[in-house]
Structure formats: C-alpha cells, structure tokens
Design a protein around this ligand. Sequence first.
Ligand SMILES: [Zn+2]
Ligand SMILES: [Zn+2]
Length: 316
Amino acid sequence: MRVKLWGVRGSLATPMSSALLREKARLLLSEATPGDLKSPQAIEAYLDRSSHSWTYGGNTSCVEVELDNQTFILDAGTGLRSLGLKLKEDGRDLSHQLHFFFTHFHWDHICGFPYFGPIYIPDRQIDVWSGRSDALRLLQTQMNDAHFPVKWEMLKSKIDCHQIAEDVPTAIGDATVRILPLIHPDKAYGYRIDHRGRSVCYLTDTEVSKNPNRVAESYASFVEGADVVIVDAMYGFLDYHDHINFGHSTIFNFIDFFRDAKIGELVIFHHDPMASDPQVTRLYMDAKRYTELVAPTASWTLSAAREGQEWMLPPR
Ligand SMILES: [Zn+2]
Ligand SMILES: [Zn+2]
C-alpha cells in the first residue's frame, strides 16, 4: 500500500499569497550563510533542511491509496487535478482500476471531480463509493449547465455509483473497506481501507466535541491497528470554541481518544484556510506537547498533513 496526500486544506482552496511567499523568501535569505549559497548543490542542501522552503499546501481534500493495480481516491477536492495528471503520466489512467470514496459532498470534497482527466476517457470504468444512496445525483448537480460547461451526460467514461453498507465490511478487489458515520452537517462517513496487512483510516469532516463520550470508543476501535490515521483537526483548542456546530474538530480530542490505540501515525488534516504555514506548525507543536503530557506512552507519531506527503507500506 502506498498513501499520498494531494490536498490537505479544509473548506476552500487556499493559494499562497505574494505576501506569504515574500515572507518565506525573506526568512530563507536572512538565515542563509555564504556556504549555503556557494554552489547549486549547497543551495539544494540548504533548501532541503530549511523550514521555510516548503508549504503545507492549499488544495482541498484528496488522498491517493495505491494497491497493486488499483488506485483508490479518498475525496475529490482540488488536489485531485494534480493526481489526475500524475495518473496520466504513469499510464495508470488507462491501466489501473479507479475507485473514488467520498466522505460527503460538500464543495471542498467534490470540486476537483470535473477536472479529473480519466472521466473524459471513452469507456473508462470509474467506480464511486459512498455511504449515501444519492451520490450520482450529487455529482451530476455540480456539472449542470449553471455550474460547469461540460454536462454529465457528455462524459464518455462509465461512472458507476455504489452505496456502502454501514455495518459490514465491503470487499473491493483484495482490499476491505469499512465506513464509520461521522458528525457533520448532512452526514459524512469516515473510511478504513485494509490491504495485505496494512491499513489507512480517513476521518474527515467530523465534530467529535459534540459527543466525545459516545464517539471516543467507536473511533478508537475503528482505527485500531491502522498504519496511518488521517483526522479532521481544523481548529486549535480555543479556536474551536468560535466554531461550534461548524462540523469540525481539534486534534486534542483525537489525542485523547487514541491515547492507548495501536496505530502508526496520527495525521492532522483539513487545515483551516485561515491558517498560514507558521500557524499550522504552531498547532502541530501544541499537539506534540499535549501528547507528551497526556499520552506519554502513546505508540504513534504525530504529523501535520503536507501536500505530497507519502507513506510506502509494504505488505506484511
Ligand atoms: Zn471539508
Ligand atoms: Zn464538510
């Protein structure tokens, strides 16, 4: 299993502004020593180790899970466009089975779909899975006349939508897929994908503070044994209290829930579009400190999702 993040931002795509780019350039230049700039190789090495040479990224939710000859895609936010280009470059747009899994159908999770190259390939089979029965109607709606120039009926690919049952695992090829109802306006579902002894969980968008006692146990048992667990951690602890009922969480709840869970890595995801890179880093540092205080024996590591972040998970 290989897992790669193509879009990690919540709610709205957030391109970096000139002001923020200039701030990064200023920090890079002011921290460089003459030795860092003495050759192209030295510059590359400096850029590799500097914390100012990258960004968390501004594309909305999209996660790739590659399993042998299948590509699973969790949500179709704006990050999907680049994934589509990569599939074409690799030839996977023709050779791989393509399966989408939607948590829900809010804009930030679907608006990359019309820009996904394989939907324009004649007879290309694409399967769409979700916990809802009306996925087809919801995807068609965003491509009606008023919203997009290409109508759904004009697509030459074969797109089949399927509803996943809540209580039973679903076999797709060699993989097993489970869903978990989340706490979000108009419903959302989290996913767990297991394949050859490896697993990834994807739990966005959800507001766990609304009912932490009820969800703690079910979330912890859902993720038990997973290698990578990606969660909605849009807000900081205090910030959350200005956004009650928005349908999102803080990482601190998940740290509490998963204190004793056997998981590999817990990933802060669905970053607030209002948060700059330093603000996301600050949230990550606070979460690390909180983990040291409340879960000092936790077996997992913590990270803040970054576009391009990737996990290679060989079968076991
Ligand atoms: Zn969202
Ligand atoms: Zn949402």
